[in-house]
Design a protein around this ligand. Structure first.
Ligand SMILES: C[S@@+](CC[C@H](N)C(=O)[O-])C[C@H]1O[C@@H](n2cnc3c(N)ncnc32)[C@H](O)[C@@H]1O
Length: 226
């Protein structure tokens, strides 16, 4: 099965050059404010940054006084993240890890449970999210939260078929070297995977582009109750 890795390895340098230190307006205006409200970052929080790309949100978390374990399955992306975030090497530990591999994910366990986990614009890039949701549940402390921002599935689905899981090629940044995979799942599919693993939802936002009336992004907070 094509898990999209080849495309991300080819796009890693382009992505890092384009996003730079501060990421793009899309991230800064739509993703970061909503994710940050739901994540409620506290100094000393221990946070897992899932599919971290070039580490832009990891750096933001570090600036707020958190300790971060960040990972991505693209080795090139992680090399670029380490280089770009050198000044934060005391606070951010970068790893190569595939979010579809449960046992690999459990190796991200450190000497304490995570307070929080975050996945910015990533679950729609991940071929199978069940192992990730299971592992994050295991890695979080009781009452810990997992916040993710992703394409709003109700408004961005292929083939005129909202309910059926599907993969399509798409572009995160105009003129990126190769198209990447986007994995569509309905809202009930995503939420039911979270519920099966034991999470409850206790925070939710929908974000449109400025001036528009239809949200293209949804931001969800899952909580591990027990
Ligand atoms: C759209 S980028 C978002 C990056 C970062 N979270 C941000 O907001 O800047 C999606 C990232 O997901 C990563 N990714 C896709 N599938 C993955 C998987 N199975 N395991 C780990 N990372 C994955 C890609 O390599 C890419 O860096």
């Amino acid at each position: 099965m094509d898990n999209g890795l080849t495309a991300w390895e080819k796009n890693a340098k382009f992505w890092d050059d384009y996003m730079g230190d501060k990421s793009n307006c899309f991230h800064r205006n739509l993703i970061r404010p909503n994710v940050t409200k739901l994540l409620d970052i506290k100094k000393g929080d221990f946070i897992l940054d899932i599919a971290c790309g070039n580490g832009n949100y990891s750096e933001y978390l570090a600036q707020k006084g958190a300790k971060i374990v960040a990972f991505d399955y693209s080795e090139k992306m992680i090399q670029l993240a380490i280089k770009r975030r050198q000044a934060f090497s005391d606070s951010i530990e970068f790893n190569v890890c595939d979010a579809t591999q449960y046992n690999e994910l459990l190796k991200l366990k450190r000497n304490k449970s995570y307070d929080k986990a975050v996945a910015n614009m990533a679950i729609m890039d991940i071929v199978d999210i069940r192992p990730l949701f299971s592992a994050v549940y295991m890695l979080l402390r009781i009452n810990g939260v997992f916040v993710f921002a992703t394409h709003h599935p109700c408004f961005t689905y292929p083939n005129d078929d909202y309910f059926t899981d599907a993969v399509e090629k798409g572009e995160a940044i105009p003129e990126q070297p190769v198209l990447q995979n986007y994995y569509h799942r309905s809202m009930q599919r995503i939420f039911n995977i979270a519920f099966e693993k034991g999470f409850v939802i206790d925070g939710f936002y929908e974000a449109p582009f400025e001036g528009e009336k239809i949200p293209i992004i949804m931001i969800v907070r899952l909580r591990k109750n027990n």
